[in-house]
Design a protein around this ligand. Structure first.
Ligand SMILES: Nc1nc(C(F)(F)F)ncc1COP(=O)(O)OP(=O)(O)O
Ligand SMILES: [Mg+2]
Length: 218
């Protein structure tokens, strides 16, 4: 298993509906800019389905493989298994952690969205490798997002001694990303801040610089 604390640092999440430019070009630029992990999240109005979704997933996975960037699939466990993704990310409304862990096997990455200590404890008990916590700030990207809660839960889990890798999500920008790390997260995840940037490369680079503490991973 890769070192998730490092891999979660600059976590880009995207699907075709989040991009202005060609998704493959956006991902290539984001990788050049220094993202450390990628999540394929093809859902919502106008998203690809079926064979087109598989084709895009395979195309983006190939780009990630060429650059040794782990490729995570959001929600779609069947797709993840079919293309041998590096892992999956699920929320509280998706299949249970226990079921998904059984489907993907022991050495794949399993990320879970958690919104409380109870959800975090259950996720760990059932085999999660990292937590997605948010929305930290208001977001327009996820239509059914819960109200933003700042970094309260991240700070609480760390104060209670939780050592599980955590990535913050929701409305994170180059300007507010450092505060999420200071609160105790190992990384930040973004969609729009990179996918809708004029230069996804520059946006990824700026985001990386804002969260990579000097002297750590350069
Ligand atoms: N996709 C996500 N990725 C992360 C990650 F940790 F990777 F940053 N955290 C949270 C979510 C939200 O996951 P979920 O609650 O299932 O909603 P959706 O399926 O609409 O994304
Ligand atoms: Mg989900």
């Amino acid at each position: 298993m890769i070192d998730l604390r490092e891999a979660l640092r600059v976590y880009f999440i995207m699907g075709s509906t989040n991009c202005v430019k060609n998704p493959a070009d956006v991902l290539s630029e984001a990788i050049s800019g220094g993202i450390t992990l990628f999540q394929f999240r093809e859902k919502g109005e106008g998203a690809f389905t079926g064979s087109e979704k598989y084709a895009l997933a395979h195309k983006l996975q190939t780009i990630c493989r060429e650059h040794h960037i782990p490729f995570i699939v959001n929600d779609d466990i069947e797709l993840a298994v079919a293309i041998d993704a590096d892992g999956v990310h699920i929320g509280q409304e998706d299949e249970t952690v226990k079921t998904v862990r059984a489907k993907i096997g022991a050495d794949k990455i399993l990320g879970v969205s958690v919104h409380s200590t109870e959800e975090a404890l259950t996720a760990i008990r059932d085999g999660a490798n990292y937590f997605g916590i948010g929305p930290v700030f208001p977001t327009k990207t996820k239509a059914d997002a819960k109200p933003s809660r700042g970094t309260t839960l991240i700070e609480k889990l760390r104060k209670d001694g939780c050592e599980t890798p955590i990535v913050g999500i929701g409305g994170i920008t180059i300007e507010n990303a450092a505060s999420v790390i200071e609160a105790g997260a190992d990384g930040v995840s973004v969609i729009t801040a990179i996918s809708k940037a004029d230069s996804p490369l520059e946006a990824a680079r700026a985001l990386r610089n804002s969260v990579i503490l000097k002297g750590m991973v350069e």
